[in-house]
Design a protein around this ligand. Sequence first.
Ligand SMILES: Nc1ncnc2c1ncn2[C@@H]1O[C@H](COP(=O)(O)OP(=O)(O)O)[C@@H](O)[C@H]1O
Ligand SMILES: [Mg+2]
Length: 229
Amino acid sequence: MLDVQHLKVAYGQSVVIEDMSFKVDQGEILGIIGRNGMGKTTLFRSLIGMIPSAGGKVELGEKEITHDASYKRVAKGLSFVPQGRMIFPYLTVYENLVSGSRNGSKEEDLLEVYSLFPVLQEMRNRKGGNLSGGQQQQLAIGRALMTKPSVLLLDEPTEGIQPSIIKDISRSLREIRKLKNLTIVVSEQVLSFMQDTCDRLMVIEKGSIVREDKTADVDAEAIRKMLAV
Ligand SMILES: Nc1ncnc2c1ncn2[C@@H]1O[C@H](COP(=O)(O)OP(=O)(O)O)[C@@H](O)[C@H]1O
Ligand SMILES: [Mg+2]
């Protein structure tokens, strides 16, 4: 569903991702785990088209998107939940959600998001900025779903969120995948959420994938050591 081939990403002369390749199947949840500064956000920003790629190729469901602007990638089925959530604090929950929708069938999409995250329906008239961190994260995911994506990218969705809500987020991601056969790529610095959520895990170090396992086969001790260095 998503095919990244020899991707290179740089900020000016500073190369962060040298040569990265991976594939994600339809309906698969892939985790990318790595410490601060290893290139997770850079990878996602490049995939959604916020940073131009300096080399390589990206295909979304067989269609090349390597040089597309962000809005075109979204129209082709890619959606992004950025690190830090980036909801609109002065807009209501409802307005935040609708800001994410493309033309047509808004109402139906909205009801689907409300059924996944009932708290958003309860709070639909509150300002986004008045929600808790966990509720804001649910809002950011809901907003991303309003574009009816086939591939959802989430950058460190559990950052600054309390453990009980982290469990909820994990559960809702798996539920969305089941409902929609959605493909999900999610990044994190901590292992436990990823073990609960993902089918497959890759470890990123200095812009390279250094390890890859099915979640069931993951050597948690070895990965924790890599993350602790
Ligand atoms: N806007 C930028 N300009 C130059 N270098 C950057 C920029 N953003 C991030 N970097 C560098 O790219 C590397 C990867 O950062 P980032 O992708 O944010 O990592 P992560 O998300 O894994 O914490 C780091 O060395 C960081 O300093
Ligand atoms: Mg980051």
